[in-house]
Design a protein around this ligand. Structure first.
Ligand code: GLY
Length: 436
């Protein structure tokens, strides 16, 4: 019997929970969640609701279960040192320790480590601890991206053209950032097509899942405010329609080198997920940022088609034997679409009922920000429910995901264009224009 403790309460963790229970090993699942995800809790032997910063409570819950390992889903518990605390009591985690999680939590850490170890993939950038020299560096850049150092819930990064226009505004934002953060990273804005590459690693060996493309903007045609991600797709050939095998290889090689550099720099093995947000530009593949966890929604794409055993993979990560594990995926395309509350992300309706009883059986459903009450599911304000369609191509998967999300009843909306032929063609045309 394998006992697995899952930390996290989103659709990503619902996908992880399902992957654990698909294992050929006889597994029992437990979850520690910030709020009760009804999809996860119905799969669990036992759950505890609590804060991701309550390390003592997490440790006590883990000690009561004695799990073979803990899977840490979101970034907050990683940043709070949950993996470190569990290691102290002899419980291994799929998720890096706090120092290594700086890969996600400190944008300067990652840029500087790549620079120090001569790893390609950085854009032109500089890290500033004070305003000295910022004005001069801004003058050197064609387009500007400003990243506060530290977790910002996805809301701290500002991009010229999207969030501000002039260099004066950029300088002003840097000054504001430095009032609340120790450092700010300023980078050249990159133009190209983005992809997410989620890799599992035992600190030495790095294995890829199929690349995905996420859609951050709330509305059709990439309009509207940024969100946690409205949906994503992956290709049946485990590439994306605008990318070549060589692009994937570059991203993989960067990740292998970064894992090695992390070991050299910290003396610790990074065990968990290295999810790189990459961009294919005229100058080659560049790293936008790493996350120390699976993507949401991208976890739903790849875990829905993962053929090999997730629990076996976690054991291989814990034991440093990932080289002996053969990760396999179905040769199917996936499209994931989120139903989100009306008004999301700026002014979402809350406590509104959402009904999925008429969703067809040919899609997978992943619960996110919903509460279960006696008379059904209620939305709590963030992304509510994700639907994954699978198919022989992206179009087939898209039709299934779209039909599913359209049959949700309630005050919700979604992005109709994710995975459609028209949007995919736009991505291909954009890539062609960029690469010339
Ligand atoms: N897909 C965006 C994220 O997980 O951060």
């Amino acid at each position: 019997m394998t006992n697995v403790l899952l930390i996290g309460n989103g659709a990503r963790e619902h996908a992880i929970a399902k992957a654990v229970l698909r294992s050929s090993e006889d597994s029992r699942l437990f979850a520690y969640m910030k709020s009760n995800n009804p999809g996860i809790s119905e799969l669990c032997e036992d759950i505890q609701i609590g804060s991701y910063s309550n390390i003592d409570e997490i440790k006590a819950f883990a000690q009561s279960i004695v799990p073979d390992f803990v899977v840490i889903g979101p970034e907050d518990p990683l940043n709070n040192g949950v993996a470190d605390a569990l290691e102290e009591i002899g419980i291994p985690s799929i998720g890096p320790k706090k120092e290594l999680a700086r890969l996600e939590t400190s944008k300067s850490f990652t840029r500087l480590i790549m620079q120090k170890y001569g790893i390609e993939g950085n854009p032109k950038f500089k890290v500033f601890e004070s305003v000295d020299g910022i004005k001069e560096f801004l003058e050197e850049l064609e387009g500007i991206v400003i990243k506060p150092d530290g977790l910002t819930g996805g809301k701290g990064v500002r991009v010229q053209g999207d969030h501000f226009d002039t260099k004066g505004e950029a300088l002003q934002y840097c000054i504001e950032v430095l009032e609340t953060h120790p450092t700010v990273v300023i980078e050249d804005k990159l133009d190209g097509e983005e992809f997410s590459l989620q890799c599992f690693t035992d600190g030495v060996n790095v294995i890829d899942t199929p690349p995905c493309q996420d859609h951050k903007r709330a509305y059709v045609d990439d309009k509207g405010p940024n969100t946690g991600g409205m949906g994503s797709y992956s290709g049946a050939d485990h590439l994306l329609p605008f990318m070549k095998e060589e692009h994937l290889k570059v991203a993989h090689d960067i990740t292998v080198k970064v894992a090695k550099a992390l070991k050299e720099e910290t003396g610790e093995l990074y065990k968990g997920v290295m999810y790189g947000g990459f961009i294919i530009t005229k100058q080659g593949v560049k790293l936008i940022e790493y996350n120390a966890r699976m993507g949401d929604p991208e976890a739903m794409n790849v875990l829905s088609i993962m053929k090999s055993d997730f629990v076996e993979m976690c054991r291989a990560i814990v034991n440093g034997k990932l080289d002996e594990y053969n990760i396999e995926f179905d040769n199917l395309a996936t499209v994931c679409k989120y139903a989100v509350p009306e008004g999301y992300p700026t002014n979402p309706v809350k406590n509104e009922k959402v009904d999925v009883s008429e969703v067809a059986q040919d899609t997978e459903i992943f619960y996110a920000s919903v509460d279960k009450k006696e008379d059904g599911l209620y939305m709590s304000g963030s992304r509510a429910i994700a639907f994954v369609g699978k198919g022989i191509d992206i179009e087939e998967a898209q039709v299934k995901a779209e039909n599913a999300v359209c049959s949700v009843k309630g005050k919700v909306f979604h992005r109709e264009d994710i995975g459609t032929k028209e949007l995919i063609q736009k991505r291909i045309d954009h890539m062609k224009r960029i690469l010339g």
